[in-house]
Design a protein around this ligand. Structure first.
Ligand SMILES: Cc1cc2nc3c(=O)[nH]c(=O)nc-3n(C[C@H](O)[C@H](O)[C@H](O)COP(=O)(O)O)c2cc1C
Length: 339
């Protein structure tokens, strides 16, 4: 890891800046950077993905891989989003502010042609920092807001209207989030009919995050979701949850291309990105490694991490015989093997 000393200083007490960000050192640290409880959900996101290997081909790629795509109204240079990460002061750093962190991520992503996302929490300053960063970047980014009770949700979404967001994300898995409970937040339990009615009232296209079950994914499509993110919140919701890579193929099959399916959890490199896209994901979110990259050298650190991911992604596409993203998805079963 680049600038490890600086990462350790900025993230003192929160992160060990491990060479492989795999959830072992920080197990149980929520609040903090870890996975909840035993940490096994975070750990298995990483370890299950490692079991997939790429099938190398050297005469199958027709030309330099084209990694570009359109997603949620953005033109992307490759299929990556920086995952929403909120609560800087109580999860990751006493020296870098919420605003500085949100700015860093949004600017670095905008400069590399990918989408930066921002987070939310019971404290207002979390989502406000995200809105401000997205507004200052001319709308380049997607804010994620938690499904608060109707009154608070509508209040918070006023700001998303002001900054002109067409898409918002909603991490509906937050009903199980410790950080919300310990900070006095209230997220009501809603069924799919209640969510459907809620989504109808919102003047945004809504991407639903935290889906791990194929039937619930279908319900999300029927509720009017603009996209689905297969996610267990980086293992921060339910201890002993299955890994996201194991949930992904069933959800992709169930959704059948009706809306984009994205995935996060344990994805660390451009090689990992190719693996999950070969399993059917339309794009990928990465969380914690963006945090450590940013804590090492703010926008430069995050920017360099994106460059590295893109180079790895192109290399992996070239050497698995994929000239474009359609081929990567169509030939998935020829591209990866589970060892
Ligand atoms: C410290 C921390 C804060 C997070 N805050 C949010 C948040 O505000 N909203 C959200 O939807 N997800 C949040 N997440 C979850 C991430 O968006 C993402 O799902 C997860 O980090 C992906 O796993 P990875 O870190 O292994 O890549 C947070 C995760 C961490 C580690």
């Amino acid at each position: 890891m680049k600038n490890r000393e600086k990462v350790l200083k900025n993230m003192k007490g929160f992160c060990n800046a491990c060479p492989s960000c795999d959830g072992r050192f920080c197990a149980g640290n929520v609040p903090g950077m870890g996975g909840v409880g035993s940490g096994s959900s975070f750990i298995s996101n990483v370890s299950e993905l490692k079991k997939y290997k790429l099938n190398m081909k050297v005469m199958s790629c027709e030309k330099e891989p084209d990694t570009s795509l359109e997603l949620f109204g953005f033109k992307l240079s490759f299929p990556l989003l920086a995952a929403p990460i909120g609560g800087t002061s109580f999860n990751m750093s006493k020296t870098v502010s919420e605003e500085a962190y949100a700015n860093t991520i949004i600017k670095a992503c905008a400069s590399r042609g990918i989408i930066g996302c921002t987070g939310d929490g019971p404290q207002e300053f979390v989502y406000l920092a995200g809105y401000k960063a997205i507004q200052e970047a001319g709308g380049a980014g997607i804010p994620f807001i938690k499904p608060w009770d109707d009154k608070l949700l509508m209040e918070r979404l006023e700001g998303a209207k002001i900054i002109g967001s067409e898409y918002i994300g909603m991490d509906i898995d937050s009903i199980g989030l410790i950080n919300v409970k310990v900070n006095g937040g209230n997220i009501p339990i809603r069924n799919s009919s209640q969510y459907k009615a809620l989504l109808k009232r919102l003047p945004f296209k809504v991407i639903l995050k935290g889906i791990m079950d194929p039937r619930e994914a279908v319900e999300c499509v029927e509720m009017g979701a603009a996209g689905i993110i297969v996610s267990n919140h980086g293992g921060r919701i339910l201890d002993h949850s299955r890994s996201t890579v194991s949930a992904l193929p069933g959800i992709v099959r169930a959704v059948g291309g009706r809306v984009p399916v994205l995935v996060d959890g344990g994805i660390r490199s451009g090689f990992d990105m190719v693996k999950v896209m070969a399993l059917g994901a339309d794009a990928v979110l990465i969380g914690r490694p963006f945090t450590t990259a940013a804590m090492g050298d703010l926008e430069n650190g995050a920017g360099e991490y994106i460059d590295k991911l893109k180079n790895q992604f192109i290399q992996a596409m070239l050497l698995t015989g994929c000239s474009n993203l359609e081929q990567l998805k169509e030939n998935g079963s020829n591209i990866i093997f589970k060892s």
